[in-house]
Design a protein around this ligand. Structure first.
Ligand code: SAH
Ligand code: SF4
Ligand code: F3S
Length: 465
């Protein structure tokens, strides 16, 4: 059988999509981890910021060398950049044989066949229905413990800075039946954790034969499948994280106590310009509700610095909301103007890059302090950890995450990957290492490497027994 190499950039949804693509092509291609032996290379791309796209242009240049060595090699481009730039890419990137947008993956076999006949082919049609409902993803890069499950696609929010509604199209939910079927299959294969994915999971909604399923209801259905299964979700939009969801999280021990609640900015002026539809006050009200009902819940966030017209005072508001909430972790970005978005049409990108960098460094340093403080508070506490793998530093150490998504390193003892282990925290990573780690995570989120599931922070623990 011919060999397929897939390289994925961007968010978790793109990684989940690559698993769908591997499944669609599984009768035609076997997956390989060695790019040199590939007959087909697929690059699944991200457009979220300019840097993400520049990296991909650079990568496509590198791929030209592989094509010179192997005349039969085909290269296809998938994902958000395909959608944003469409046919133009086929002209500017001669290495490409075909391109397919995020809703066009079922047509990949035809696109490949056409391009084999020498035609450059593309399909970037967005769909209002496509959810790849009945396709069982091939988990080619998984750790065998934890998997992502797409529950919806697209986004209707049109935040002023964001390209996603244009690249992913309208919001649509996947049927609960196929979601539960996919998770059933994961359970049979000994998976212990699922993360339900969507750009805005709170607006998950399904109606069939008079029965309505909200996101909270779906979470409860998944949590009830097995007490041994942990359930996570990403991402929640602060404008509609419901009491029903917060209360459902409290009812089930196996729903992880961690909410990613992107704030973007602490300034009402900026939030309004960004079209986030909540205010600083209403955001903090939601945080208060979460802390009241779920006292152990970790909160993580996304922050954009240097959005159009951001004053120093607006920036201070972001620093102060970070302190007020006390996030465990944050992904932090400099604003990057994206063509076609409301912000690009209406507001000049007027904060100089050096100033954006300075503000970014300030939020990264503050987040370092907040994460350290959270780690310090955990010393002496016991947590149940799901073991994910062997620590990079030593074979004798395992690592896993607690319910709050914090990464914990501990002695192997008799334990194995996929088990739950109770551990007690006794040490935390030093500030310098932690800051370096924060910077790297912030950079890599939409970079080349898989950034995982919103990494918590590093602490060391000993076994309780
Ligand atoms: N749907 C999710 C976010 C998806 S994009 C949500 O609304 O929470 C992930 C993050 O990338 C965003 O939260 C935002 O912080 C950042 N981002 C999006 N567009 C950006 C841009 N143009 N410049 C810089 N950061 C951006
Ligand atoms: Fe982008 Fe806003 Fe949609 Fe998130 S909710 S994907 S930031 S438009
Ligand atoms: Fe994800 Fe990047 Fe597209 S963040 S939705 S791959 S623009």
């Amino acid at each position: 059988m011919k060999k397929l190499f897939i390289e994925t950039y961007g968010c978790q949804m793109n990684f989940a999509d690559s698993e769908v693509v591997a499944s669609i092509l599984k009768e035609m291609y076997a997956l390989t981890k060695e790019i040199q032996e590939a007959d087909l290379i697929l690059i699944n791309t991200c457009s979220i910021r300019d840097k993400a796209e520049q990296r991909i242009h650079k990568r496509l240049k590198e791929l030209e060398a592989y094509k010179r060595k192997n005349r039969h090699l085909q290269v296809g481009l998938l994902g958000c950049m395909a959608e944003r730039m469409k046919e133009e890419l086929l002209e500017t990137e001669p290495v490409l044989d075909f391109i397919a947008g995020p809703d066009a993956y079922r047509s990949l076999p035809q696109l490949i066949a056409e391009s084999q006949k020498g035609k450059t082919s593309f399909n970037v049609l967005l769909s209002e229905e496509e959810t790849y409902d009945n396709i069982m993803p091939v988990r080619y890069d998984a750790n065998g413990v934890s998997a992502f499950v797409s529950i919806m696609r697209g986004c209707n929010n049109f935040c002023a800075y964001c390209v996603v509604p244009y690249t992913r199209g309208r919001e649509r939910s996947r049927s609960p039946k196929t979601i539960l079927g996919e998770i059933e299959d994961l359970l049979k294969n000994n998976y212990k954790e699922v993360t339900l994915l969507g750009q805005n999971v709170n607006s998950y909604y399904w109606k069939e034969k008079g029965q309505e399923v909200s996101f909270a209801k779906l979470m409860a259905m998944v949590a009830e499948m097995s007490p041994e299964l942990r359930v996570r979700f990403a991402t929640s939009h602060p404008k509609d994280i419901s009491d029903e969801l917060i209360e459902t999280m409290a009812r089930y021990d196996n729903i992880c106590k961690c909410i990613h609640l992107p704030v973007q900015s602490g300034s009402n002026e900026m939030l309004q310009k960004m079209r986030r539809v909540y205010t600083r006050e209403s955001y903090l009200e939601r945080v208060r509700k979460i802390k009241e009902v779920l006292p152990d819940c970790a909160l993580t966030t996304d922050i954009i610095v240097g959005f159009c017209g951001e004053t120093l005072e607006n920036h201070q508001d972001t620093l102060s909301i970070m302190r007020e909430v006390g996030y465990e972790y944050a992904y932090m970005f400099k604003y990057s103007e994206r063509g076609g978005t409301l912000a690009s049409k209406r507001y000049p990108d007027d904060i100089p890059d050096e100033e954006k960098t300075r503000r970014l460094e300030e939020v990264i340093a503050l987040q370092g302090e907040l994460s350290m403080a959270s780690n310090r508070r955990d010393v002496g506490k016991t947590f149940r950890v799901l073991v994910e793998g062997t620590s990079k530093r030593s074979e004798d150490q395992l690592f896993g995450r607690n319910s709050q998504n914090k990464v914990i390193i501990f002695p192997r003892g008799e334990h194995r990957v996929g088990e739950y282990v109770d551990v007690m925290i006794f040490d935390i990573l030093g500030m310098t290492r932690w800051l370096r780690f924060c910077g790297r995570m912030a950079r890599s989120r939409f970079g080349r490497n898989r950034f995982g599931r919103g990494c918590g922070s590093g602490v060391r623990a000993r076994l309780t027994k």
